[in-house]
Design a protein around this ligand. Structure first.
Ligand code: AMP
Length: 509
């Protein structure tokens, strides 16, 4: 029996032939019948371009409905879809093509010359283009091909995609995701978030990342729902889409930006049944403010490239601000001592390394067997690199990345704890706490703050406000003010940049 994820999608798509699949503000729409046809045409085009089952298809294109159809085509003919961040430069692309050895590279029309050169240097045999208007040589070559008949047989363990991790701490690694990983996770999410064919998802995320590609599109396909497909997040377009949208999947910055708009009211969101947040921590303040303004409690969930989604706040029941909820059905979690190699669970309520196991967990890093062995343990648990705690009600609290932990004078300082206290101060919008080299303490706790316009908060005030709220070793040694925190496209604060920027401040301490 085949376990190609596209088998499942195609059954749903057949049943919903006349229904909307992708709707765009520009009216470039596809119903499910058109999407099925186009996936067969593009699958045949991939084969004609020399792609065989198991071959990688690297894709760096701007967001468009056709890019999703290309993903479906790739699944359909047994290829391995490999989306690349649209922000990567030509030299970064060179690394990915060299590492993944794709049979085909699909690039933007205006990047063709550079792409041809990189392909020649890395031995990639074919390059085609795909533009945002359904244009490009991929589409030209698809004209007149005989559509791919059927769906390639795939095992549960066969690769469906490789997604490179963002690589903030060294070389970006290719996470190998199987048909089984993607299928099980999207089935579970569609169920626990109660997706039905009447849903219309407002899709404003990028589609080179697990959130916008797998969480969003796979859940829609699993449930035969439709999506309002926006080229990027824009407050006006998202607000317009809420009139007949039912779900928004967002990163926290979507919500902070929506909150700045006076049109955000219970009336505006009356048709919406669900707002989810992930990819970066949603502050309890944002969660509460959104609930006050709209009546909707944002449902926060937690996942990563390597594991798909692991935990979610409940659909029914309390969605608790500042927590990522409970393990999804079929997913096991344990909290272990990051300093020991035993991987034994530690006492309930203690902070430690979050490890996860389940059908959602990837099969390893592409061509990095040692990295894989270090992080994907023999018993099937994956060491996430996130520090977390499980409270008495079973809700999981992520306290930060292991690598962001600050060790000052031998004591562990969890940045989130300090950030929460700072964020409560009047005039503070948000903060990031990092550890930077300090001659006495090893690392000095350092806070970087964004203030509300016109707020006159000064370093000494912050330090004195914290002095009776936090133990001495947790208090920042220095406080800096910036206009905005450096963030990546998924809204994650780039703490490595901050560490770099402030690395010499204690040199003379
Ligand atoms: P990525 O592989 O780019 O999806 O990044 C995964 C990482 O994002 C996780 O390991 C977490 O550190 C972080 N992350 C994802 N969702 C959340 C969340 N709801 N709260 C806090 N951190 C999150």
């Amino acid at each position: 029996m085949s376990h190609n994820l596209f088998d499942t999608f195609s059954t749903r798509m057949q049943a919903r032939r006349d229904a909307d699949f992708i709707v765009t503000p520009e009216g470039r729409n596809y119903n499910y019948a058109q999407a099925l046809d186009m996936s067969a045409t593009l699958a045949a085009t991939l084969v004609a371009l020399g792609v065989r089952p198991g071959d990688r298809v690297a894709v760096q294109v701007d967001k468009s409905p056709e890019a999703i159809l290309l993903y479906l085509a790739c699944l359909r003919m047994g290829g391995v879809y490999l989306p690349l961040n649209t922000g990567y430069t030509a030299s970064e692309i060179g690394y990915f093509l060299g590492d993944a050895e794709p049979a085909l590279f699909v690039c933007r029309p205006d990047a063709l010359d550079a792409a041809n050169q990189i392909a020649a240097e890395t031995g990639c045999p074919q390059v085609v283009t795909l533009g945002t208007g359904g244009d490009g040589t991929l589409m030209d070559k698809s004209a007149g091909v005989t559509p791919f008949a059927g769906i390639e047989t795939r095992a549960d363990s066969d690769l469906a995609a490789i997604l490179y991790t963002s690589g903030t701490t060294g070389r970006s690694k290719g996470a190998m995701l199987t048909h089984g990983n993607l299928g099980s996770n999207s089935r579970t999410l569609a169920e626990v978030w109660r997706f039905t064919e009447t849903d219309r998802l407002i899709h404003a995320l990028p589609i080179f990342h697990t959130h916008g590609l797998f969480v969003a599109c796979n859940v829609v396909l699993m449930s035969g729902a439709s999506m309002y497909f926006l080229s990027r997040f824009d407050v006006d377009t998202v607000i317009d889409a809420m009139a007949d949208g039912t779900v928004l999947m967002g990163v926290p910055t979507f919500y902070t930006r929506l909150l700045q708009d006076s049109r955000l009211t219970p009336e505006l969101t009356a048709n919406m049944r669900l707002f989810t947040s992930g990819s970066a921590p949603l502050t309890a303040d944002t969660h509460k403010a959104f609930q006050q303004r709209t009546g909707h409690a944002i449902l926060e969930r937690y996942g990563m490239t390597e594991t798909n989604m692991n935990t979610s706040n409940p659909y029914d029941g309390d969605r608790i601000a500042g927590t990522v909820g409970m393990p999804l059905p079929g997913v096991e979690v344990r909290i272990t001592n990051p300093e020991a190699d035993t991987h034994e669970p530690i006492a309930q309520g203690d902070i430690g390394m979050l490890e996860v196991r389940g059908p959602n967990v990837f099969s390893g890093y592409w061509r990095l067997p040692e990295k894989t062995r270090a992080e994907l343990l023999d018993d099937g648990f994956f060491v996430t690199g996130d520090l977390a705690m499980i409270d008495e009600r079973g809700y999981i609290h992520i306290v930060g990345r292991d690598k962001d932990l600050v060790i000052s004078g031998g004591f562990n300082v969890y940045p989130k704890e300090v950030e929460q206290v700072i964020d409560e101060m009047d005039g503070v919008v948000e903060s990031a706490v990092v550890g930077v080299p300090h001659p006495d303490f090893g690392e000095g706790v350092t806070a970087v703050l964004v203030l509300q316009p016109g707020a006159k908060v000064q370093e000494a005030q912050v330090l004195s406000a914290l002095s009776d709220k936090l133990a001495k070793y947790k208090q920042p040694k220095r406080v800096f003010f910036v206009d905005s925190l450096p963030r990546n496209t998924m809204g994650k604060v780039q703490k490595n940049q901050l560490r770099d920027q402030y690395k010499d401040i204690y040199a003379d301490a």
